[in-house]
Design a binder for this molecule. Sequence first.
Ligand code: ZN
Ligand code: ZN
Ligand code: ZN
Length: 668
Amino acid sequence: MDSGITVNIKKGEKFSEKVPDNLKNVIIAADMNGTLFDLADPAPEDGIATLININSEKGEKILLHSTAHLLANAITELYPDALPNTSNESEDTFYYDFNMNPISTEDFPEIEKKMGEIADENLKIEKKILSKDDMLKMFSNNRYKIDKINENVQDGQSSSIYIQGNYKEFCRGPHVPSTKFIKYYKLLSVSSTNYEGDISKERLIRIYGTAFPDKKQLSSFLLRREEAAKRDHRKIGQEMDLFTFDNERAPGMPFYTPNGSIIRNELINYMKELNNESGWEEVWTAHAFKDIIWKQSGHYYKYKDDMFLFTLKNGDSYGLKPMNCPGHIVIFQRGVYSYRDMPVKYSEAGTVYRYEKSGEMGGLTRPRGFTIDDGHGFLRDDQIFEETVSLLSMIPKVFKTILGTEEISYDLSVMDKDHPENYLMAYECKDCSEKFMFRAASGELKCPKCDSQNLRTDYSMWDNATENLRKALDSLKLNYTEYPGEAAFYGPKIDVHIKDALGRLWQLSTIQLDFFMPANFDLYYIDRDNKKVRPVIIHRAIYGSYERFIAILIEHFNGKLPTWLTPLQTYVIPVSEAYNDYAESVNKKLKAGGIRSKLDLSDGTISKKIKLVRKFRPSYIIVVGETELSNGSVSVRNRADRTKIFPMDEFIKIIKNEIELRKIEQIF
Ligand SMILES: [Zn+2]
Ligand SMILES: [Zn+2]
Ligand SMILES: [Zn+2]
């Protein structure tokens, strides 16, 4: 962007005199030694000034500021009781706060029209210097301006006000020279706030808007804003009534409404099906544990500050689970396993609680309580390959089915062999033959039995695990990148990224091997020679967290979820009251067929009903009237607004098929 031109200027000369004729439409203010001036101002001294182009960053800010004044001018003309408080600008937008009766975006066209009329008058925006007393008199009807004058101007001093037509503003400036410079603007939103941000003070109406020097910039800004806002899961979630938050009583915790629970349960059921197919058994574990388990697992020391910890009256200390693994370990520990019983694999839609300090309130991407499709497999060393292949086969299937995406990348994180001290390693004492595991970076490395430091480092555990992960990726011909040194201290892992419809990459699935927890919890199975052997734990999640996955799902599909995930699969509307009975029987049949259907017998035109139900993103809207009644058919409107007539029974058959096969595409 053009940052403006520099000119030599003498004390007392007006900046406007220095503007070349061909730039009169784009030069709006001046900058001299870092101080901004109106074009009508005289230079305070001899020197060099930069003339500010409306197409520069500084110019844009002045334009936004001047547009905020234009808004206040329009508001005070349309709503004579409204009291303007103050305005502010950010990168692309401005806001102005008013004490006025609530308005909505429906009032924007009228306000924008008024703004346009004032701009068209090409009013000069003139500065006047007034004494404090005169200013207080001038703004005597606006207590906000009185407050500001008293805060900013000493007694006996003077300051600037600006006048455009009948509108006056207490302001330092600068502004565009006249209202005709404000051509391409738009009001964006309205919210409420409190005076001085203090909730004990009165409510004010905050109106947001934007302005640009040309039409193209304005429309591209509006388009970008629209696309991002349209897809925001918080907005769509509200429109479709999927979830809610109560930041007073359960900050950061998601609550699923009936509609949202449908999506969540469908995802859970699909995962249960997949788990069942591949031998992951469903379990359920408690949410609160005594803190001793978190000390044993090590989570206490690592996550203490992020855990919900509490002490009961009897002194017992508890923590809400930040991880599901220890719960699954408790279940594993109820029995003794032979090598033939392995692997033992538990899975759970397990809710965990982590105190996210800067939690993104009201959103599903970083809540304080979330549920993971969490699985823990207890494996023999020789089972790593097979289980990894099984999981790696599940992952593309899941994302192809749900998101329709095949853009998946795999990261294999392995240890850095130059730094074995960073990892939990197996050692053998050369003096007494004791075998033990230790992470050398965490303390002095010596034999726990004889204190000898004459040790042999045994890489076989890591080598075997890493080699099997690599082999699994290779055998499925998956495209992966290997990252040396990125492994966790307790084992190597595979992370899986998918690309969504907006081109964003998300890390979802993870497959992690863990040598640490089996040792910490002293887990074992009995091998062929009747000896106790440590299993390795495989931690796995496919979706990751349900909350994050649902947010991605909503934004990926813009709320138009595949029918099997859609809370409202069919919406039945009769063309008039005469067909209420038929509509009712259609709705009944759909419901009997297991389809989530709703019937609309309310007053109102079909087009109005369709318009109203749109925000819920139903898969199909079914309209029935004389033709449909006479031949037992339904007129079905799909999401692309195409309509097709089906015999009732046939429609039920094919929509059921679409749902059962979890299709992404609609039936027509
Ligand atoms: Zn101003
Ligand atoms: Zn785990
Ligand atoms: Zn020893």
